[in-house]
Ligand binder design. Structure first.
Ligand SMILES: Cc1cc2nc3c(=O)[nH]c(=O)nc-3n(C[C@H](O)[C@H](O)[C@H](O)COP(=O)(O)OP(=O)(O)OC[C@H]3O[C@@H](n4cnc5c(N)ncnc54)[C@H](O)[C@@H]3O)c2cc1C
Length: 445
């Protein structure tokens, strides 16, 4: 008999949340993580659904704020190089009955948040090991064991893949069908000290009228520290590098367009601090299946949504909670397999949300047709309102059974379809070739 009931591969936020849910449900959990020391974790600006999911794990928003792990995020600001801004703020009426929505969410210092989660994982009795899972031993869709790079064979009754988008261990092993969204992208980011920060995430649109949008995030992870990152197509960065420009120079050029960011960078340089630039590359991908007979994929291993949606952490926490509850149910009933309908519905929900967010952000914001037709500020509304509402509906509805899942995925498909028609229409329309950015609604803060 195996020592563990479940093995969780990867201890990013999805893996740690899965471990916590499973261990608190009474299972013996082994967590395997490839990296001995944490790289630079991303996922700092959280969606409005994240605080409740973190509270369920034992990390309420007030505690995160008090312990300087988080800062309030009350709105999202879209800023153009000319200083023009559009603010996306949830309406006050949502805070009243019957909705009673918390109008604030948070930005997080991911190192500190991960440490707080690791403490909880340890307290819950999860056994953690540093090892790289090199291969999966399976029979059909059933996993028999995992093999580590050092040659160890690890067995359990259930398995959870939280290995992130780059590894996507189980989906790759089982060659699961997937859809990619947008081009390969690169993020370059750094942290700057500031005297005061705003309680919101700022998305700086470099050239709002361009063919494919590239942007700079500004996330206050601490009242006096702001995370600043440039997201571009990998092709753009490659061309710049071929032209002999260093990553530092590429980053500096972007920041120079936004005086406040350029000043923060200059200040850091003057202080003589060594360069601390971080980079990562990624491609958004949604797997249409995320489970087998005795395993489930969670977080970015199952579906990676674009960083601009601020939805990766919410998705990871949701997947972890739902995957753990499927395993716990099967375990309590002493079943040898996970329920077929339950895992199928799980995959449908993950795919529906992944496709909805990625397709929306690519068609409405990144690509040119809708953005040029209605202007970037209104395009922001076209994306943000349905995305925000669908997250709220998910949090309230908690779709699990067949009926609710069908209803929820049906609505997301309908919205996706409507956006696709609008995109097609905007692309076709000659008018869309004329820049509409001049019509952008400006809200001066
Ligand atoms: C540039 C960027 C910015 C982002 N910004 C935001 C944001 O503002 N808000 C938001 O909500 N989301 C954001 N996201 C998304 C968010 O960071 C992720 O969705 C979230 O962190 C979930 O990650 P995860 O746990 O699924 O995977 P990861 O954090 O990638 O964790 C996977 C873990 O698995 C380990 N692993 C991999 N392979 C193996 C193996 N073979 N054996 C053992 N261990 C293995 C890895 O070492 C890693 O620790 C952003 C993403 C990117 C790329």
């Amino acid at each position: 008999m195996s020592t563990y009931d479940v093995i969780v591969v990867g201890s990013g936020i999805a893996g740690m949340a899965a471990c916590l849910n499973l261990a608190r449900g009474g299972l013996r959990v082994l967590s395997i993580e490839a990296e001995a020391s944490e790289e630079d974790p991303v996922g700092e600006s959280l969606d409005w659904s994240s605080p409740d999911l973190l509270r369920a794990l034992g990390l309420p928003m007030d505690r995160l704020i008090d312990e300087d792990i988080a800062t309030y995020k009350r709105h999202v600001i879209l800023r153009m190089p000319d200083g023009c801004e559009q603010h996306y703020v949830p309406g006050e009426w949502l805070a009243k009955r019957p909705w009673k929505v918390n109008l604030a969410t948070i930005h997080v210092d991911r190192r500190r948040l991960n440490q707080a989660l690791r403490n909880l994982v340890q307290e819950a009795g999860v056994v953690t090991r540093i090892a790289r899972v090199a291969s999966v031993e399976s029979d059909g869709r059933h996993i028999l064991a995992l093999h580590t790079a050092s040659g160890e064979r690890l067995e359990a009754r259930w398995y959870v893949d939280a290995s992130g988008s780059a590894a996507a261990l189980f989906p790759r092993h089982f060659r699961l069908p997937a859809r990619d969204y947008g081009p390969h992208k690169v993020a370059i980011w750094d942290y700057f000290e500031v005297e005061e920060s705003v309680e919101g995430t700022t998305l700086n649109a470099d050239q709002p009228d361009c063919e494919y949008l590239e942007w700079v995030w500004q996330i206050p992870v601490h009242p006096h520290v702001v995370s600043v990152g440039y997201v571009a197509r990998a092709e753009t960065i490659r061309d710049d590098r071929r032209a002999g420009r260093s990553l530092e120079e590429i980053f500096a050029t972007q920041l120079a367009r936004f005086p406040e960011l350029a000043a923060a960078r200059d200040e850091k340089q003057r202080s003589g601090e060594p360069p601390t630039l971080r980079t990562t590359s990624f491609r958004c991908r949604v797997h249409n299946e995320a489970a087998g007979t005795n395993w489930l994929a969670v977080g970015e291993s199952a579906a990676m949504v674009d960083p601009m949606t601020s939805n990766g952490v919410t998705a990871a926490l949701r997947h972890a909670e739902e995957a753990a509850s499927l395993i716990l149910r099967a375990h309590r009933k002493n079943k040898t397999s996970l329920p077929r309908l339950g895992t199928w519905l799980y995959s449908r929900r993950i795919a529906a949300l992944g496709h909805f967010f990625n397709s929306g952000i690519e068609k409405v914001i990144y690509d040119w047709p809708i953005r040029r037709r209605v202007g970037i500020a209104r395009a922001g509304d076209v994306y943000t309102i349905p995305a925000w509402l669908m997250n709220l509906v998910y949090a309230r509805m908690r779709p699990r059974g067949a009926l609710k899942t069908a209803l929820y995925t049906g609505i997301t498909t309908l919205l996706r379809g409507s956006l696709s028609i609008f995109y097609w229409f905007s692309r076709r329309s000659r008018k869309s070739r004329r820049s509409a950015s001049a019509d952008a609604v400006c809200t001066i803060p």
